[in-house]
Design a protein around this ligand. Structure first.
Ligand code: 1CP
Length: 322
């Protein structure tokens, strides 16, 4: 078990270490990245660490002018809309992200036997930030390009897939022992569009990663209708948000795949008895899958009480000890 977004946001010790350092700058300081990655491992005793970084870090590293604005999220100065813009998306060179290699190396040393989960944003979710220029509810510019300019879309997705892969390779080669590909916003698509316009690129990434012996987790939000395809794209583990019970999700993915999830992060604001009941239910339904990594259905919300997560971690460990 581990929690998406366990490393940042909700811990007071995180806010203290970050101080006034801007988010993207903090991701380039190996000592800070190591400390923030380790904080939830110490505090909650979760079974894995998630690397402290962000899905837009590799884009910044190749020179895209973007920032993470507090309270907003990633904002891109000149959104990508045409063929000329796409040329700005070059591959990552090792020199662009030497601080990632350094940080992963330090963290793996501190973690000992505990795994470090590396991650990257998947091409669709990255494309959405680049095309919309920031967080988007409807992804209208993204869909306009995807439906209206298929050749441009193909070129954009190829380049982003290559960048995602480069970012994952860097983390694996430095010692990460599992990876998660976040396609957070892909639930905005129908299964048909996902299969034709997104899946080929994520499949390519997972295929390229098969040379490494690391489990590959694939996660998106609102993906109930896409779970089978997310599994078919080559992941070993499919992340499920809180909308689909795990026993149902197990029927939607092919045999042999494990599931990850799926407590609604908002449940942590309800009384403990509710959290305990729902967690017990999730653990029991999770037994229908070939493997189950307990997690939330999406990231820890910033105002979550850390003592709830401490209690939840201990509870899951107790319930699964036998
Ligand atoms: O546990 C961790 O915090 C690990 C590091 C991590 C990860 C895995 C961060 C730090 N970001 C991410 C991934 C990420 N970033 C995703 C995929 C995961 C998801 O769906 O939750 C996405 C969509 C982003 C983009 C992003 N970055 C947003 C918009 C989405 C959202 O959650 O609202 C925002 C607000 C950020 C900023 C950010 N990234 C990470 C942190 C700790 C923060 C908050 C900034 C801060 O503390 O100043």
């Amino acid at each position: 078990m581990w929690y998406m977004r366990q490393a940042g946001r909700s811990l007071p010790e995180y806010r203290q270490v970050r101080g006034d350092v801007p988010m993207l700058e903090s991701c380039t300081r190996p000592d800070m990245v190591t400390e923030i990655t380790m904080q939830p491992v110490r505090r909650y005793d979760v079974d894995a660490a998630i690397f402290f970084s962000d899905i837009v870090v590799p884009l910044k590293a190749i020179g895209i002018d973007l920032d993470i604005k507090p309270g907003v999220g990633p904002v891109v100065e000149d959104p990508i809309r045409g063929a000329g813009d796409i040329k700005r998306l070059r591959d990552i060179e090792p020199d662009d992200v030497h601080y990632i290699t350094e940080a992963v190396d330090q963290i793996v040393g501190e973690l000992g036997d505990k795994p470090l989960v590396g991650f990257a944003g998947a091409p669709f979710t990255l494309a959405s930030y680049l095309i919309e220029g920031g967080p988007s509810k409807n992804h209208e510019h993204t869909k306009a390009l995807m439906y209206g300019e298929p050749e441009l879309w193909d070129e954009l997705m190829r380049r982003l897939a290559s960048i995602s892969l480069g970012f994952l390779r860097t983390q694996i080669e430095a010692g990460a022992s599992a990876v998660q590909l976040f396609d957070s916003w892909v639930g905005a698509l129908s299964a048909e569009d996902y299969r034709a316009l997104v899946m080929p690129y994520t499949s390519w990434i997972f295929g390229q990663l098969s040379e490494y012996e690391v489990p590959r987790i694939h996660f998106g939000v609102g993906t109930g209708e896409l779970l089978g395809l997310l599994g078919e794209s080559g992941a070993d583990v499919v992340g499920v948000d809180w909308r689909v019970p795990l026993d149902k999700a197990a029927q939607r993915v092919q045999p042999g795949l494990a599931l990850q999830g799926n407590l609604d992060p908002a449940t942590l604001f309800a009384p403990w008895e509710v959290v305990a009941d729902r967690t017990r239910d999730i653990l029991s339904r999770g037994r229908a899958a070939e493997g189950h990594i307990f997690n939330l259905g999406h990231g820890v919300l910033p105002t979550t009480d850390p003592t709830m997560l401490e209690r939840l971690t201990a509870f899951v460990h107790e319930e699964t000890a036998h």
